[in-house]
Each structure stands twice: as C-alpha cells, then as structure tokens.
Ligand binder design. Structure first.
Ligand code: GDP
Ligand code: IMO
Ligand code: MG
Length: 434
C-alpha cells in the first residue's frame, strides 16, 4: 500500500466541516431581522461569531424573558450553552460593550464566561466618536449611526489603529495613543474648530478597560481549533446588509466594512472550508436607514403603514427607517455577492392588511441592479391582491392564506432563490420552516 496516500477519513472530515456551519447575512440595507434569525437557529450551534462592523449593528431578539438589542455581543448568547466570539474584523467600543454586558448579566450572571473577544479587534477611541459626530453634523454627512465606525476603520487601514491586544503592552499603547491624539487634536482644532482631547484621561480609561476585559481576550483561532477538535458547530453572524458593503454597496452611502459572506474569512481569519450553509435574510419589503439611493422607497401611505405596522425605527439610533416595496433585483444582486441560494424571509406578518401587494421585478431603464445607477432606477412592479388575515400564529406554509402563498412564490420566482424559512413575528417561535 502507498504509505503517502491520504487516508479517506481526511476527506470525510473535510466534507463534514464544510457542511456543518452556517453563515447568516443581510441581503438588503440592514435590519432584515438577522438577530431573530440567528437566535432562532442558534439552538443547533455551539459558537456564534461576529466578523465585521461594531456597535453600529442593532440585532433584536425577542424571547419570553423580554426583548434584547445586541450591538457588539453575538446575539446567539441567549442560549445558555453558546460561546460568543467577537472576531478580529470587528471594531470594538469598550464603553458600549460594558453597557451591553451589564444589561445581559441580569439575564445570565455568568454570561461573561461565554464571551471571547479577539485581541486583533481595533478599538473605537473617543476621537473616532467625535469625528464621526462632527462630520455627520457637517454638510458631508451620510446618515451614519455616529458610533465611530468609519473613523476607526480609517485608522485601521492607515495603520495607526489601536488593537485590544495593544492594551497589554502599556508602553507601546501609550506611545501610539499620544501620537494619535496629537494628530487628531490638530485636525479637531485646525479643521473642525473643536476642543482638543486629553491623552492622560483616555489612557487611564483604556488601561482600566484592559483589566476588565482581560479574562475575555483571546486569539480566536484557539477557540476555533478547540471547536473543531470537539466537533462543535459555528454560526457566523453578519451585521448590516449587502447594499451597505464598502466595496459593492451603494457607495458612498455604505458602512466601512465588508458585509458579504467573504468578509467572514478575513474577519475571523478562517478557511473557506469552515463556511457551510449560506443563509440570506431579507424582509418581505425593503427598508433603509440613513441617506442613499433606494429605488423602491414609498413615501406615501403605503410606506407609512409599513413603518407603523413593522415598527420600523432603528434599533441603534431610534431613527425612523425609510420603507418601500420588495425589490427582487436588489436581492438577486446581493445573493450573487455572497453565493446565497437559501432565504430566511422576515416580517411577513407586517404585510397583512395591505390592500394590494407589489414587488419590483426589474427596472424600465436598466437590466440588473447596478449600484452606480441606483439613484436613477425606475422599478417595474408586479401587482397581487393582498391578504387581511393575521398570520402571526401560522406555523405551516400550507396554512397561509392563498394570497400570502402566492406572494412568497412570486418572490422565489423573481429572485430565483429558495425561501426556506418565513418569520411571521418578532418572537423566536413565530417561524415557519418550509
Ligand atoms: P437586524 O439588525 O437584522 O437584526 O434587525 P433589527 O433587529 O434591527 O430589526 C428587525 C426588527 O424587526 C426587530 O425589532 C425585530 O424584533 C423585528 N422582527 C424580526 N422578525 C420579525 C417578524 O417576522 N415580524 C415582525 N413583526 N417583527 C420582526
Ligand atoms: P444591522 O446589523 C441598518 C447604516 C447607517 C448609515 C450607514 C453608515 O442592525 O443591520 P455607519 O455608522 O456604519 O458608518 O453608517 O450604514 N447602517 C445600518 N443600517 N442596519 C445596520 O446594522 C446598520 N449599520 C450601519 O444608517 O446609513
Ligand atoms: Mg439592526
């Protein structure tokens, strides 16, 4: 027998790794219900990993113990066996983190033991928050969440950022912090005519965070190696949505990270083999918060009704979300970016009571969705009769009113994607599996 032959078990193991994990990503402009989806699926997983973004995210989970809004902490942690990983691709605001932790400790006093934070995460610093706010208040604002996300990623890519791991080398941290603050103060005073920041106070605050964070700081690769050894399953929790992706979204009205499936590879430093199932989340209609093009936006009574019924107000900033019709071309575009074929359709109950249902199946002045043309696209709508029944107690596709079933089939036909789950309410249980 050939001594160098790779044993069959190797291939079996590789195949098993490839199929057991799931990634959840948003296919619209964020707030698709990723929180609900991750929490719903989480019972089958042992690790929940965030890989990009920061506290700009607002992932809502509604269970019988109440409603929780997660910004930085992975939202699968309401399941008491789950380990949450905040990967190195995220930007980490210690202040927001400790507030969030405090709220969650009321639910599970030992939750801290289940949270692992990558030492590779860049930190949001007070000057990032200040710069985000000042820019937003100028005429160059794009409607950010003012959580310092853009300025923090800017520093990361300019190679002057400060990482969580740097906190444990106080001399290095102090030197870099002082250099950063003197540069930012110049900017603040000379360009923005704002007050300068004090480096002594910020240094003391962050060194204090270092101590409080220390038991949670890890190299996430150790966690993943351990998970693989123990045959544990990982759910990867995307933040924002594909149309907010820094490369392929409706630039410049986007966030400052990649929000598509590929981002999990770099944001956690993992092999593509670890990503098995790719699940896209989309609302049964469309919303967007902040500025930027939105071809199917409806500012008449229909949009207002969606906002009211769907309670469409930002989970992070409380801003009213812009609402409009489902846009099949947008979702087709997003699904292609992430190789998504399977869909978790959310907020379907919100459509009940609309006289007429409409989805955009294309544009009269263009073929496919193109972010470069997004502010000029003229949607072409397919119309269907609406349904009046309350569907929030429905747990079987067959029990949906026929107009509701037709709407789902229409979405599948127009997007060429397969709807595998339908959410009919914010609660974990309000879910139909197909
Ligand atoms: P995420 O950022 O993608 O996690 O979404 P958000 O949490 O920001 O926004 C989704 C909102 O819709 C939250 O308030 C959820 O509780 C709620 N939600 C999720 N799924 C459903 C659903 O199927 N029906 C209704 N009515 N609300 C839902
Ligand atoms: P989740 O994970 C919806 C939007 C902001 C703004 C743009 C840039 O809850 O779906 P940023 O603060 O990131 O620099 O803002 O991106 N945005 C979101 N919109 N859901 C989010 O996250 C968002 N995170 C950022 O409104 O238009
Ligand atoms: Mg949200």
């Amino acid at each position: 027998m050939d001594p160098y032959r790779i044993p069959l078990e190797f291939y079996v193991k590789e195949t098993r790794i490839m199929t057991k994990n799931t990634i959840v990503v948003g296919l619209q402009w964020g707030d698709e219900g990723k929180g609900k989806v991750v929490d719903y699926l989480a019972r089958d997983f042992q690790l929940d990993a965030r890989f990009q973004g920061g506290s700009n995210a607002g992932h809502t989970v509604q269970v019988k113990d109440g409603k929780f809004v997660f910004h930085l902490i992975p939202c699968g942690l309401l399941h008491k066996n789950m380990i949450g990983v905040i990967g190195g691709g995220c930007v980490f605001d210690p202040d927001v983190f400790f507030h969030e932790l405090e709220a969650l400790e009321k639910y599970d006093p030992a939750i801290k033991e289940r949270i692992k934070i990558s030492k590779f995460c860049h930190m949001i610093m007070p000057y990032h928050l200040l710069l985000d706010r000042i820019r937003e208040e100028s005429k160059h604002g794009i409607g950010t969440t003012k959580r310092g996300i853009g300025p923090a990623y800017e520093d990361k890519y300019a190679r002057v950022g400060l990482r969580i791991g740097d906190l444990y080398n106080p001399e290095y941290f102090e030197k870099k912090l002082r250099a950063n603050i003197s540069r930012k103060n110049l900017l603040l005073m000379e360009i923005y005519h704002a007050e300068p920041l004090s480096d002594g106070e910020i240094y003391a605050r962050y060194i204090n965070y270092a101590e409080r964070l220390s038991s949670m700081v890890v190299d996430e690769h150790d966690i993943f190696a351990e998970a693989e050894k123990n045959d544990q399953k990982i759910i990867f929790e995307g933040a924002q949505g594909a149309l907010l992706d820094i490369n392929y979204g409706t630039y410049p009205y986007v966030t400052s990270s990649n929000t598509i499936v590929g981002s999990a590879l770099t944001g956690l430093g993992i092999s593509p083999l670890l990503i098995g199932r790719k699940l896209g989340v989309m609302k049964a209609y469309t919303t967007r918060v902040g500025q930027g093009p939105f071809p199917t936006e409806d500012e008449t009574a229909v949009g207002k009704k969606l906002r009211k019924t769907g309670n469409e107000y930002g989970a992070t900033t409380g801003r009213p979300r812009r609402c409009g019709y489902f846009d099949a071309s947008v979702v087709k575009y997003s699904a292609r970016l992430s190789g998504v074929k399977e869909i978790f359709l959310t907020k379907f109950d919100v459509l009940s009571g609309q006289e007429e249902l409409k989805i955009a199946v294309g544009y009269s002045n263009a073929g496919d969705f193109d972010p470069f043309l997004a502010d000029q696209l003229q949607p072409v709508y397919e119309k269907m009769p609406g349904f009046k029944e309350d569907i929030s107690d429905c747990r079987d596709f067959q029990d949906l009113p026929s107009a509701a079933k037709d709407y789902v089939r229409m979405i599948e036909y127009a997007t060429k994607l397969s709807v595998r789950y339908i959410s009919v309410g914010a609660d974990r249980e309000a879910t139909i599996e197909i």
